[in-house]
Design a protein around this ligand. Structure first.
Ligand SMILES: [Zn+2]
Length: 312
């Protein structure tokens, strides 16, 4: 009987169970930046796909409150470039899709030419939410906790003075974080904090560290939306190796997984791991010489994906 009820519930609501997806955008119609700019034609195409396939685009607050539901999507925009005001906003308005824009506050305060000004921000606030992307857009993992705190306080203060409200969300500059940054910024009591990584969120996600998928011209939307959240606890590495050599990855995953694969950014392929109980391990016979300051490590079990990052 229960089984039948369960099956019935599944058929009546496509929104009942599953994972939600948050996307992040930066610049619009800016051909100088191929990896962080999207054309408005492509954006329209992505939006139409969501509409035609039963996805509901909701404000962040609604997605976070319902993050175990399927087919919910939210859009975020980082930095606060003028190209959103000039090109992106009208596409959001055309589709009546809500959004949250995370501002690099100092750029606005100082009137940097490629960024919004406060009167444009106030206009944008009529259609979406405004959030923080730090004050000075620094590499937070290189700062001591007091400096991170001061930067965040300054961002909050300038936000409050200009917008007469309290910011609810924060996204890490460059998507970079570690235990310290999450601790310090988490203590400010934001409703949620975001980084940037392919994946999704559900009720097990840490609200102080939520995935957002970069949406680019080349993003395979269908594939991104098919990814589900994988609960992980990353055991090794805990930080960027001093010699830049990655020898081993160890991660706790849900027990009962029959296979898991690991992907290290910059090294191109998914590799099978050993699994012992609920621990997936991979040892690189030839240690990986990390080339970039930021390395993401992904673990995948079927279509469920989890990730972490280490920053130099
Ligand atoms: Zn940024």
């Amino acid at each position: 009987m229960l089984k039948r009820l369960f099956a019935f519930l599944l058929t009546i609501s496509p929104f009942l169970w599953g994972d939600s997806h948050i996307f992040v955008l930066h610049r619009f119609n800016d051909e100088r930046f191929t990896s962080t700019s999207i054309s408005t034609n492509k954006l329209k195409e992505h939006f139409q796909y969501l509409k035609d396939n039963g996805y509901k685009v909701v404000p962040l607050s609604q997605l976070i409150a319902n993050r175990n539901k399927n087919k919910l999507v939210a859009f975020t925009i980082d930095d606060g470039y003028k190209s959103f005001y000039e090109h992106g906003l009208k596409i959001f308005r055309e589709f009546d899709y809500p959004f949250t824009i995370f501002l690099y506050i100092e750029a606005i305060d100082r009137g940097y030419p490629e960024y919004l000004n406060w009167s444009q921000v106030k206009f944008i606030a009529k259609f979406g939410e405004i959030a923080l992307h730090s004050y000075a857009h620094l590499h937070l993992t290189h700062l001591d906790p007091i400096s991170i705190m001061k930067d965040t306080q300054m961002a909050i203060e300038r936000y409050k003075i200009n917008l007469k409200q309290i910011p609810r969300y924060y996204s890490y500059p460059y998507g970079e974080y570690n235990f310290d940054t999450t601790d310090v910024i988490g203590a400010f009591g934001f409703d949620a904090i975001f980084h940037q990584s392919t994946g999704s969120i559900n009720e097990d996600s840490d609200l102080n560290n939520l995935n957002r998928i970069p949406l680019q011209n080349a993003t395979d939307l269908n594939k991104s939306l098919s990814l589900e959240y994988l609960y992980t606890k990353w055991l090794e590495p805990q930080k960027y190796p001093d010699d830049g050599l990655l020898r081993k990855v160890t991660v706790k995953i849900p027990s009962g997984a029959e296979g898991a694969q690991i992907y290290v950014s910059g090294f191109g392929v998914w590799q099978p791991t050993r699994i012992k109980g609920d621990i997936a391990v991979i040892e690189f016979k030839q240690p990986l010489q990390l080339q970039k300051n930021l390395t993401r490590i992904f673990v995948k079990v079927n279509n469920k994906v989890g990730s972490t990052l280490i920053v130099k």
